[in-house]
Design a protein around this ligand. Structure first.
Ligand code: COA
Length: 391
């Protein structure tokens, strides 16, 4: 191409670019912010949410308690908890525009996660971050449930202000008030995924917030980041393998075939955790209780056998890579046990993670600085303009 001369050569990662900055692809190893919200210790397999190990918090707290904790740094007393419940319940109804967007999205065949992004974009920023945080957390389940029902040719179910956040989500999906075990299982899931360090969607939300933009814009951007298959977009395949295996005796054969073809086993391995993802244990316990009381226990036992076989084979095929069970394996099992279709796995992840996104936006506003990394230019520098007729 004419004029494309003198491209700079690319430097190795870690080599100084300018003014003391080093090239860190994907920002790996770069600490861009300090947070009180969560700590991910990948070597020890620990996740701490606002001071509580995930094992301590997830199975005990209601989702509203976790939300209050993330927003305020302390657990609420009874009065404050009641206040938060009321504030959320009062904001569950959607603006008219959201209903219209959802109908159009469903008619156009949009995936539920895309419909969530579109409808969340109709929520009007109020000029007050706390209000916008309440509005987005309260509206997400209504949007996802309405989208799901519309895609089934059914009318959306009006939110019930008498139900908790999690119970109301299940109610709006099925039209039936859920039992305690199901609500507990969903709350455990939502709490477990409520926050997880500087993951890509949380980072996206913080970047948007750091510019002084509103919190609704930040969570809409975060949904876009969550959708990607390297982040929250691939929970279904883990369950598909369990279904394909069908019975414990077939686990080894099916998994070996996949590994012989060089395929990855979904639900195993993690970029940060080099031991078992602590969220997997919390969700395994919740799934065990749910399946024992309310779902297909045989499927749970099959999943355990698939996990055991997968871990043994991964050690055989990939020795020393420390591939262990990640959050997706039991997420899929738990959400399936709750009757959610795979298309709702990622939107339901968003229903939980919006707690962390909003908390990070509030924290960013208080303590943060404009997030603005540098780039290393590797293109040419002295091109001469070529008139259109000469190109
Ligand atoms: N099944 C089989 N092999 C796997 C594997 C899996 N699930 N995950 C990683 N590996 C292998 C890689 O092929 C590679 O092998 P090699 O050294 O012979 O080339 C080695 O382990 C290291 O993989 P790498 O790609 O460097 O790890 P990563 O940290 O970049 O990958 C994931 C992390 C999550 C992308 C990866 O483990 C994966 O693809 N898992 C399956 C998808 C999944 O469950 N995603 C949800 C994550 S919460």
């Amino acid at each position: 191409m004419k004029g494309a001369a003198h491209a700079r050569s690319e430097r190795e990662p870690g080599v100084e670019v300018s003014g003391g900055a080093a090239f860190a692809p994907g920002l790996e190893g770069v600490v861009a912010t300090r947070t009180r919200l969560s700590m991910v210790d990948g070597a020890a397999g620990r996740l701490v949410i606002a001071g509580f190990p995930v094992e301590e918090l997830a199975g005990r707290a209601s989702f509203e308690e976790t939300l209050y904790l993330l927003w305020n740094g302390v657990l609420p007393d009874a009065g404050r908890l009641e206040g938060l419940r009321g504030d959320l319940a009062a904001r569950r109804a959607l603006p008219e525009a959201a209903g219209e967007v959802l109908e159009a999205a469903v008619a156009g065949g949009a995936a539920p996660i895309d419909a969530l992004r579109m409808a969340a974009g109709t929520l009007a920023p109020s000029g007050n971050d706390r209000d916008d945080a309440l509005t987005s957390v309260a509206a997400f389940p209504t949007i996802v449930a309405a989208c799901w029902r519309l895609s089934q040719g059914r009318e959306p179910v009006e939110p019930d202000p008498g139900l908790s956040h999690a119970a109301n989500y299940l109610y709006m999906l099925s039209g039936e008030v859920p039992g305690e075990e199901r609500v507990r299982a969903l709350e455990t899931y939502l709490n477990t995924v409520s926050d997880h360090g500087m993951n890509a969607s949380t980072f996206a939300a913080r970047v948007i917030s750091s510019t002084g933009s509103d919190l609704i814009s930040a969570v809409v951007g975060a949904i876009g980041a969550l959708k990607g298959p390297l982040h929250g977009g691939a929970p279904g395949p883990a369950l598909d393998v369990v279904f394909e295996i069908g019975e414990p005796g077939r686990a080894e054969g099916v998994l070996r075939e996949r590994l012989d073809r060089g395929e990855r086993l979904m639900g195993f391995g993690h970029r940060v955790y080099k031991v078992r993802d602590p969220r997997a244990d919390v969700l395994a316990g919740a799934a065990e209780r749910l399946y024992a009381s309310d779902a297909d226990e045989e499927l749970y036992r099959l999943a355990l056998e698939v996990e055991r076989t997968a871990l043994r084979l991964l050690e055989e095929y990939k020795p020393g890579r420390n591939l262990d069970t990640n959050v997706e394996f039991y997420t899929a099992l738990l959400l399936h046990g709750l009757g959610l279709p795979t298309g709702l796995f990622t939107p339901t992840f968003a229903v939980g993670r919006v707690a962390g996104w909003t908390a990070h936006c509030l924290e960013q506003r208080e303590t943060g600085r404009l997030i603005r990394p540098q780039s290393e230019y590797v293109g040419p520098e002295a091109r001469k303009w070529v008139p259109l007729e000469e190109r």
